[in-house]
Design a protein around this ligand. Sequence first.
Ligand SMILES: [Zn+2]
Length: 202
Amino acid sequence: MAETSVIYLFCEICGEETPHRILRGSISSDENAGFDGTVQCVPCGSVHSAHLDMEKPVKVPAIISEGSSSTKTSMELYPHELLRVGEEMMWDGHNLRITSIESGGRRLDRARAEEVSCLWLKNYDTIDVKISVVEGANTRSQKLTAAPDEEFAVGDLMDLGRTKVVVTKIKTERRMVYREGSPVEARRIKRIYTKRVNERVH
Ligand SMILES: [Zn+2]
């Protein structure tokens, strides 16, 4: 017999969710049933009776965009799962980012899965990073494809096609980074400023 030793529950003594040892009762193998029994909080040792409803996943309509195309689908999420705009999630082997949450005709910044009438996401496996290149008196703009967790730092040398550039500053969501050796993840970058490096080719 498999023994389920510990479940996570809110403990009123500890004031937070803690591991509880099951003293009596058991988790039914029937997925529709919950748990009824007596449990003991591991950190404080207090004994509670507990009833737990097993959460069944809900189907949330979702629209996933990738480039200029979008796909309608539905995602199975736990009803109490908190979703936030800007948050990333793995789904079907892809990294997605929540761009909008619709709940009963309103747009929300955050909502529990059960309240969501449509979830808008975009494929976030790779992102386009904007780059400004200063060449003499001219500045041109271009994009670089990067993984969201790829890091860039002031002082980095990059090859943009046939142009070699050095990163001079990085604009993030909150500030401008001028210091060398402070890497910034691509997902935080608004724009990378670079200048062309003149090389003598042998
Ligand atoms: Zn406790």
